[in-house]
Design a protein around this ligand. Structure first.
Ligand code: SF4
Ligand code: SF4
Length: 396
């Protein structure tokens, strides 16, 4: 197992992190015995970063990880777990949640503690205004929390704002070969690295869609180059090729995936992809692009929009709905385009000024497409839902 050094604290972290959100199941429940065996097997093979969250599997993910690490295993690994912002209305809520987490995990310290799934700066600001950051710093002084970070699922602008709002010990972003220009984006990854903030990558396979929802022609494209490499291997190696990435999380649900990932992680060094291999990804992206509704490459030449629309972000959510048959595309649009942020970037903000269109190398009729997206993703219920959720979440 290869490791990379956490540039902030010197931790040697395995490049493969075990995501405990998709532990094997027996019916609807986590198969505890099998999960524990898989976790032990991962540790024996050098995996030393385990990621869970308060809300995963209604708390069972944390409990099963705690059970697996009892009896001497805990000392061999780093535990990452997360505080769910939507459950934190007061500082007392946050303290209670952490106490529960320590008890579920059967530990007296959490190595990497994250604010879970921030989508915009206002989420961070609300938690900060409750005193959460000061309290986490106290926890750090006492050694109960070792590193403070956040996981992110919003747009590039908010990622940069959050990154600069606090001296984070680390961050966690979604990143894969189809998301180079989405969410935090490659620019966000590079910015974090430039600021010396370690980056944990989640969703290297986009929740499995880069395996299960790949068009046949893409599978053929990969196979034509290196038939022995699966789409999983291509996708993982692409992320590890980035020297700015510290750990890649994989939510492993069975022993075969674990074995396969361990094998791939044994020699996936940074900058190891050859020029020919990198060309394959360009070809794959071209194929994917041909199949997209809007041929946006995410180049960003149309930006910034004077009215704050995240044009490539809107197009990406829309394209995913069709290309990846993504049933959650509308929800992701709601989340990623900052519907709850005080700087939203949704399609309906377009005033039709036309400034963007002359810059688009793909000659996309941006205004027309944004109208279509507004119709599809921002139906009559969109505004009332946003208003209610903002009230519940106390977003100003
Ligand atoms: S046409 Fe719409 S999206 Fe384009 S710059 Fe103007 S307001 Fe922004
Ligand atoms: S300029 Fe065109 S291709 Fe580039 S991000 Fe904007 S819409 Fe997409």
């Amino acid at each position: 197992m290869l490791t990379r050094t956490n540039q902030k604290n010197g931790d040697e972290l395995s490049i493969l992190g075990f995501g405990c959100m998709r532990l094997p199941k027996n019916g609807r429940e986590i198969d505890e015995q099998r999960s524990i065996e898989m976790i032990h097997d991962a540790i024996k093979n050098g995996v030393n970063y385990f990621d869970t969250a308060y809300v995963y599997n209604n708390g069972r993910s944390e409990s099963v990880l705690g059970a697996a690490l009892a009896g001497g295993w805990r000392e061999k690994v780093k535990i990452a777990t997360k505080l769910p912002p939507f459950m934190v209305k007061t500082l007392a809520n946050a303290k209670k949640i952490m106490n529960t987490q320590l008890s579920r995990l059967q530990t007296d310290s959490i190595d990497y503690y994250l604010l879970h799934m921030l989508t915009d700066i206002s989420m961070y600001e609300r938690l900060a205004s409750l005193g959460v950051m000061e309290w986490l710093e106290e926890m750090k002084k006492t050694g109960i929390v070792k590193n403070i970070g956040f996981s992110f699922h919003g747009g590039k602008k908010d990622f940069e704002l959050i990154l600069k709002a606090y001296p984070w010990d680390f961050c966690q972003i979604q990143y894969n070969y189809m998301d180079e220009n989405n969410q935090a984006t490659k620019d966000g990854l590079l910015l974090a690295a430039e600021m010396g903030i370690p980056v944990i990558v989640m969703e290297p396979l986009r929740g499995g869609k880069l395996v299960t929802h790949l068009p046949e022609s893409v599978i053929k494209e990969f196979a034509s180059q290196k038939p022995e490499k699966s789409p999983v291997e291509w996708a993982l190696r692409w992320v590890w090729n980035h020297p700015q990435v510290n750990v890649v999380l994989s939510g492993m649900s069975d022993e075969t995936q674990l074995k396969d990932n361990i094998r791939i992680a044994s020699d996936s060094t940074a900058n190891s992809l050859t020029e020919d291999e990198l060309k394959v990804f360009e070809q794959v992206k071209t194929v994917m692009l041909e199949k997209t509704k809007i041929p946006c490459t995410g180049c960003g030449y149309c930006m910034p929009c004077p009215f704050g629309v995240d044009i490539p972000g809107c197009f990406s959510c829309y394209n995913d709905k069709y290309l990846m048959n993504d049933k959650s595309a509308r929800f992701r649009y709601f989340q990623i385009m900052g519907s709850l942020s005080h700087i939203p970037a949704v399609a309906s903000q377009c005033h039709g000024c036309g400034k963007c269109e002359s810059h688009c190398p793909q000659k996309i009729e941006i205004r027309k497409q944004l109208k279509t997206i507004t119709r599809e993703f921002e139906g009559p219920l969109y505004r009332p839902i946003v208003t209610v959720v903002r009230k519940v979440m106390r977003v100003k």
